[in-house]
Design a protein around this ligand. Structure first.
Ligand code: FE2
Length: 124
């Protein structure tokens, strides 16, 4: 949640080590995910189509920031990247066990995102 009371809250008054940079990037990722959550929640909470469109556009930009920071984190910490890859492989195995191919997954995702929800931009 934003905290504007202390204008120097986010300032770091020294050059940080690589380990501290990795921790900072993790915190930055958490901040981007929080932003995604908030923009999404606010978009879902309104029926104002313009506000919904703007908030969803910003939300999607925050998702891109998550991707940028995850790529940076993988670059800074290849060992952590290996853990991410291991987790991804586990889920891919589960998907294979369920008989889902990448093409079927894409189709499933399309179905789930095209369903109308509270605050959906899709007109019925
Ligand atoms: Fe962002």
């Amino acid at each position: 949640m934003p905290n504007f009371a202390n204008p120097f809250q986010g300032n770091v008054n020294k050059k940080i080590s690589k380990e501290e940079l990795i921790q900072a990037v993790r915190l930055d990722i958490a901040g981007e995910l929080e932003a995604v959550f908030l923009y999404d929640a606010h978009a879902m909470a309104t029926d104002d189509e313009v506000a919904k469109k703007v908030l969803c556009d910003i939300r999607d930009e925050e998702k891109a920031h998550v991707g940028e920071l995850m790529t940076l984190l993988r670059h800074l910490d290849p060992e952590e990247a290996a853990h991410f890859a291991a987790g991804e492989a586990e889920v891919h195995e589960m998907l294979e066990e369920l008989g889902l191919t990448p093409k079927e997954q894409a189709a499933d995702n399309k179905i789930s995102t095209s369903a109308a929800t509270v605050g959906s931009l899709i007109k019925e």
